[in-house]
Design a protein around this ligand. Sequence first.
Ligand code: PEP
Ligand code: MG
Length: 559
Amino acid sequence: MITIQGKGVSTGVEVGPLYFYRRQKTEIKTYTVEDVEAEWLRFKGAQAIAIQQLEKLAEKTRAEVGEEEALLFETHQMMAEDLDYEESIEFIIKEEKMNAEEAVSRTSVIFAEMFASMDDSYMKERAADVKDVSQRILSILCGVVQGGIDSDVPVVVAADDLAPSETIQLDKSKILGFITAYGSGSSHTAILARTMGIPAIVGLGDSLKEEYEGREVIVDGGNGAVYVDPDEDTSVHMMKKREEQIKQRKLLEELKGKTSETKDGHAVKVYCNIGSPEDVHAVQVNDGEGIGLFRSEFLYLNSSTYPTEEEQFEAYKKVLSDMNGQRAIIRTCDIGADKQIDYFELPKEENPAMGLRALRISLTRMDFFKTQLRALFRASAYGKLGIMFPMVTSVWEVRDAKRLCETVKKELEAEGIPYSENVQIGIMIETPAAAVMSDRLAKEVDFFSCGTNDLTQYTLACDRQNNDLGRFYNPHHPAVLRLLKMVCDNAHANGIWVGICGELAADLELTETFLAIGVDELSVSPRAVLPLRSQIRSLTMENKEKIVESLLNDFAPYI
Ligand code: PEP
Ligand code: MG
C-alpha cells in the first residue's frame, strides 16, 4: 500500500480505480497524399464517428438537462453533415491532394470566418459551432482521446489540476472523487466538488504518479489521504468510516423540515450555493431554504460561445420556477481570475485576480451585460429573484449597474414582456474597499452577500489558488472577521440584510461568531445545509456580547 497526502477540500470516503484525466491536444500535420480516395474515406470514417458521438451527447443531454440544451448537439450533427462543409473538405483532399486533417482545419477556418462576418447574430454564433465540430473530427482523425472519462465504471479522477470548465463537463455519474497534484480548497473546482457532494483532495504534488493509473485507491476527503492498493486493515477501517459517515448523514436527515434557529429562537436563513440549474435538485434534497448564490458564470464556462439571452432566460427561469417561490439569488457573470473563457478574448494579464474580472467586465462590455440582465428580469416573472453583482469596489459601479437594470426594465415594458417589480438588487462584499465603504454601499442596494473566499484573498494579500500559502491564507484572521462585523453593522444601520456566501459560511467553528455579529443568511453547498442547521440548533445567543467583544479586542493568538 502507498499512502499519499494532500489537502482534503471536500469530505467523504470513496473507493475505486484511479483514472488520469486526459487533456485534448491535437497536433495537426500537413502533408500531401497520393491515394485521395483512401484519404476521403478516412475523413468519412471520422465524420461518422463524430456524428455518433454527437447523437449520444444529444440523447444524454435531453435526458439529464432538457430539450433546449440537447438542440446544440443536434445543430452540431447537422453541421458535421452539411453538404457545403463536406464539399470544401472533398475539394481540398481530392483536388489539392492534401491530407484530411489539413482539409478539415482549413474548412473550419473558412466557414467560421464566413459565419462570423454575417449580420444576423444567430448565424454569427454558428462560427463557434463549426470550430467545435471540426475540432471533434480532428481529434478523431489524430487519434486523440477527448478530455473526459473513457471508462465504463465510476472512477476516482486524477489530474495535475482541473479547470472549472473541465470539471463541469465531466460525466458526474462516473466520478467517485477528484484528486489533483495542484489546486487549493477555495479554487472553483473544489467548490464544484463540494456542490456535487464528491470527495476531493488537492495539492498531492509529485506523489501523484501516472503509474497508479487503474489501481484501486481509497480517498478520504476529510483528512486528505489517498491510499493506493490499500491493505486489508486500511480497507476495513476506511469502509467503517464510510459507513459512519452514511449513518451520520441519516441522523441529519431528521433535521429536514425543521427550522434553522438557535435554542433561544434566533433564526438565520440557510441557503445554498449552486453552479447550474440542475443543482436545484440537490438544494431540495438537502432542504436548502433558498439559493444564496447561483454562480451564473458556469453557464458561460459550459458553452463554446456566449450563451444567448434566450438560453440564459431558460436557465434562470428553470431555477426560479423549480424553487417554488423560495428566493434565488443569481450572481451576474463572474469571469476572470481562475475562470477564463477563450471566447471572451480577454487580454492577457499579469495579475488576473486583480484585473479585468466580474462586474468590471460587465461594465466595460455593456452589450454582454445587458443580455444577461434582460434574461434575468424576464425570468423574474417566474419566482423570487435577487440579482447580485460580484467584485464591487466603488459606489459608482453599483449605480452604473443599477442604471442598466432600469434601462432593461423600461425596454421590457415597452416590448410588453412581463417581469417582477420585486427583484432585490444586492452586491457581493469581496473586497476590503467594499467592506470599508459598506455604509455608503448599503444605501444603494437591498442586501449584501459576503464573498469570504475573495475577501480573505484581498484582505490578507494571499492568492486563494496558491496551496503553498497554507496558514497565511486564514479566513479566521481577525482582519477578515472584523470586516465582516463592520459590514453587518452598516447593513443593519441602513435596514438591509446581509449574508455570507463564501466557503467560510459552512465553517461550523464560526457559526456562533456569525450569529453574534448579526449575519442574517448563510449560503453553503447543498450538502452542508443539514450539518449547519444542526450546529445552529445546538447554539444559544447567550455569549453574543462576549464574542463580539473578543473579536474586537482579544485577538492575541493572531498577533
Ligand atoms: C467568494 O469570493 O467568496 C465567492 C463566493 O465568490 P467565488 O468563490 O465564486 O469567487
Ligand atoms: Mg468571489
